[in-house]
Write a protein that binds this ligand. Structure first.
Ligand code: ADP
Ligand code: ZN
Ligand code: ZN
Length: 815
């Protein structure tokens, strides 16, 4: 008799897969990509993923049996597994970490997973006996772990029961507990069975001869029922022109019954429309893109703001859909708003599914299944970075919009991947094409295009031939000297604002700092209140009258006096969005001022509400942080103001200048998009700064050439690659000893290409001390060998008992 084994990926940072034994029958049933519940360690249960099925017993450890099989067909396909392996390998993470990052957590039950009851769930009759037992237990105890579920049922194999409860929406898993959940139940109306005979209508109308409204409702019901489709209560109310209470009284009389059907949460209602006709420049760009695609897999579209890149994308998407293939449309998280969703739904209707971390787990599970089954409604996935992990089987095109955006990079937790780069690899695996689009391409992508690695297409006209905005630089040093400043506004800025308001146009003001002021300082002794958990000063939030840490969220009331010397001479320094908002309210009391930053956009719809209000022109002046610069399209904005360009330029990072350029050009791009040329005013202490000059002429190529020279000279990407290692621990001495040891070991291998060790600008966050080492990899040095060497050093490091508790973080392409 042969023994059968499976290798499983476990959702843990383990370097290898883990082998379990299965029966012959199980081995025959199982396929790669199915989930299996197993125990690992002493008592823990996990959801593993089948990676391999074979007959070779492992030699190093004794195999265990599996608990049970969780899927009937694979949940993850072969191409995904290949892609995961690339990610794990390239970003130096484990396959288990990629597995954990890829699947919505509802697919990854483990013994510590906490489940909670869905209070809105009432259909107890659809639960099996075991399911009901759990559900009932939750009347008394609102949360249970999977472990406790096993105790209640008196058996170990409980994952299918829990899975089924999730599927029926009777329970949630923990992540969702804090989200107010509204199950998408739609209320329908049907006739009570007593009235199912032919002369039902007559009987009813007689019964209701005195109740005019109710009669109306019944008549309408019979009209609607000729279509033989379920009748929604809402539709009936509308067509009969009666209120909900009329229907309710008919239900009370046992004439009607209400029932509910759970609808798919991701649903589009409405007609689709024809694609716009491209203008001549867009048409030319489209042809050029297709031409490059005959030779290259990836093409960069450098299209200025408001040139209509989205319209060009839609044409390509349509062609790929016509060829029966799937499309992935990637957007930075923050740009993923109703604006773009509605815009694409306008053309493609319910062929679009959205995949987004602000959506509930249940919604994400639904999208996963729809993609896996290649359903029509998931032909186009519009998603943030994690949508590269979806189970595509048949991708034809990936669009990466705003490809320069840093939010494509995941920093925490591992895998620390860049979704744009992972998408390029994904496209290759599917033999699909990929289009990167931006008005301010990342230096790396532009470089790749220049090197002929990517195709390149430019789109240099705004749609409708609207000119790019006029950009002027305002020298605030001068303005201060001449006493022409009111608060943080120069007279020039105020004049431009007033002019725009007089024309009933809207204004966007950009200040890349939230709160009222980032530093509070005592005028007597010079001490600033700092966060007790981080090495950083606290930001003053005037509205709530409190001090807050932007790194760990620590908050406390604003003190009346200085904690160091006791004087009540606390003063604020610097300014954030909140202060600007308050100044504006004073300066323009007759206009509506809005603010968009992290503090005003929490919650699933926070961001949308502000954008919606601005679109509806309920807000005249919108103040905000960089959130404002992300691909939004408002037709009535004629002025964009940048209140302080200098903080962006002085940031200690090799990409600071590139980023500052991107941010200012992008936010400027929000001005004058539809009719006449817009205005941009930038306040700065350094009007002669190179970057500001380049922004004011929107001279991307000059910025590119100059930055590229610096990159070459100082050995940075795209010439050199960077791997960053970060160590963290509560005990400063421990990190310090560890990092010095590590530096020496790395130096022996890589010499002067190892930089550090350094402490970051904020050297302690959440009570963890932080040290960094950066390894630069010259163009000719083998990446694979370098990584192998780093792994080896890491293993030695972690074998030292003293160093083991130190968190060791590797970040490949750490920018
Ligand atoms: P980008 O993404 O390049 O900044 P958009 O695609 O948002 O530009 O286009 C800017 C605006 O111009 C949008 O409101 C869009 O609907 C409109 N527009 C672009 N191209 C066309 C076209 N060919 N026909 C009609 N309207 C267009
Ligand atoms: Zn003091
Ligand atoms: Zn803090």
């Amino acid at each position: 008799m042969t023994n059968h084994f499976i290798d499983l990926i476990l959702p843990l940072p383990l370097q290898n897969t883990y082998t379990y034994s299965v029966t012959e029958e199980e081995a025959n049933f199982l396929q790669k990509g199915m989930r299996v519940a197993v125990s690992f360690g002493k008592t823990k249960m996990y959801t593993g993923l089948v990676f391999n099925i074979h007959t070779t017993a492992p030699t190093l450890y004794e195999v265990k049996d599996i608990h049970q099989i969780l899927d009937e067909t694979p949940l993850v396909n072969e191409l995904q597994l290949q892609h995961w392996q690339w990610i794990a390998n390239y970003y130096m993470s484990s396959l288990g970490e990629v597995y954990r990052a890829s699947l919505p957590s509802a697919f990854l039950l483990e013994s510590e997973t906490i489940i909670s009851k869905n209070i809105a769930f009432t259909e107890e009759s659809i639960l099996s006996d075991e399911e009901f037992l759990i559900f009932e237990a939750m009347q008394h105890q609102s949360q249970l772990t999977i472990h406790q579920v096993a105790d209640i049922l008196g058996k170990k194999k409980v994952m299918p029961v829990v899975n089924s409860l999730i599927k029926k929406s009777a329970i949630f898993i923990k992540e969702e507990i804090y989200e107010t959940y509204k199950p998408k139940l739609v209320k329908y109306v049907r006739l009570n069975a007593n009235y199912n005979s032919d002369n039902a209508l007559n009987t009813l109308l007689e019964e209701l001869s005195r109740a005019k409204k109710q009669r109306e409702a019944v008549l309408s019901f019979f009209q609607l029922s000729t279509t033989k489709k379920p009748i929604k209560a809402k539709d009936l109310e509308k067509s009969a022109n009666v209120s909900a209470s009329i229907l309710k009284s008919l239900v009370d009389k046992n004439i009607f019954e209400f029932y509910e059907i759970q609808t798919d949460r991701i649903q589009f209602k409405g007609d689709t429309n024809d694609l716009k006709t491209l203008n001549e420049h867009q048409q030319k760009a489209l042809l050029e893109i297709k031409e490059t695609f005959t030779k290259k897999d990836a093409t960069l579209l450098h299209g200025i703001t408001s040139s209509g890149k989205t319209e060009v994308y839609t044409k390509l998407i349509q062609e790929v859909l016509d060829a029966g293939k799937q499309v992935l449309f990637l957007l930075p998280e923050i740009a993923l708003t109703t604006q773009i969703i509605t815009r694409l739904q306008f053309y493609f209707g319910d062929q679009i599914s959205v995949f987004h971390s602000k959506y509930s787990i249940n919604e994400r599970v639904e999208v996963w299944h729809n993609v896996l089954e290649n359903k029509t409604k998931a032909r186009i996935i519009l998603g943030a970075r994690s949508s590269v992990f979806l189970p595509f089987s048949n991708l034809g095109l990936i669009v990466v919009d705003e490809e320069h955006e840093t939010s494509y990079k995941q920093f925490e937790p591992s895998p620390r991947y860049n979704a744009r780069d992972a998408a390029i690899v994904l496209a290759k695996m599917h033999k699909a094409k990929i289009l990167l689009g931006s008005a301010t391409p990342s230096l790396e992508s532009y470089f790749n295009a220049q090197q002929n690695k990517y195709g390149f297409v430019a789109l240099n006209r705004r749609h409708g031939n609207v000119q790019l905005p006029k950009i002027e630089l305002i020298d605030v040093k001068e303005k201060h000297r001449k006493k022409e400043m009111t608060g943080h506004f120069s007279d020039r800025m105020l004049k431009l604002i007033q002019e725009a308001l007089d024309e009933k146009e809207q204004i966007i003001l950009f200040q890349n700092r939230r709160g009222y002021s980032p530093v509070v300082e005592c005028k007597t002794c010079g001490v600033s209140p700092e966060c007790p958990n981080c090495d950083v000063t606290l930001t003053y939030h005037k509205y709530k009258h409190e001090l807050r840490c932007h790194y760990c969220n620590y908050q406390r009331a604003m003190p009346n006096s200085c904690a160091a010397c006791g004087s009540n001479t606390l003063d604020t320094k610097g300014f954030g969005t909140e202060q600007i908002e308050l100044e504006l309210k004073d300066l323009f009391p007759d206009y509506k001022i809005g603010r968009m930053d992290l503090d005003t956009t929490r919650g699933k719809f926070g961001y949308q509400k502000i954008i919606g209000a601005f679109e509806a022109k309920e807000i005249d002046i919108l103040v905000g942080t960089q959130m404002l610069s992300k691909g939004l399209d408002f037709e009535n904005v004629s002025l964009v103001g940048v209140l302080n360009a200098d903080t962006m330029l002085n940031y200690p990072d090799f990409r600071a200048h590139e980023r500052a350029y991107d941010m200012m050009v992008q936010v400027s791009g929000r001005a004058g998009r539809s009719k006449k040329q817009g205005n941009v005013a930038i306040q700065t202490f350094n009007p002669y700064h190179k970057i500001l000059q380049q922004v004011s002429t929107t001279n991307y190529t000059e910025m590119y050439k100059e930055q590229l020279q610096d990159r070459w000279q100082y050995k940075y990407p795209p010439y050199f690659r960077l791997i960053k290692i970060t160590l963290k621990h509560r005990d400063y001495n421990k990190v310090d000893t560890g990092v010095n040891w590590l530096f020496k070991a790395l130096y022996t291998s890589f010499g002067e290409n190892v930089l550090g060790p350094t402490a970051p600008a904020v050297a302690r966050i959440r009570n963890q001390y932080i040290k960094n080492i950066v390894i630069k990899i010259p163009p000719k040095q083998s990446l694979a060998n370098t990584k192998a060497q780093i792994s080896k050093i890491r293993n030695t490091f972690e074998a030292v008992k003293d160093f083991r508790p130190i968190r060791f973080i590797i970040d490949v392409d750490a920018y």
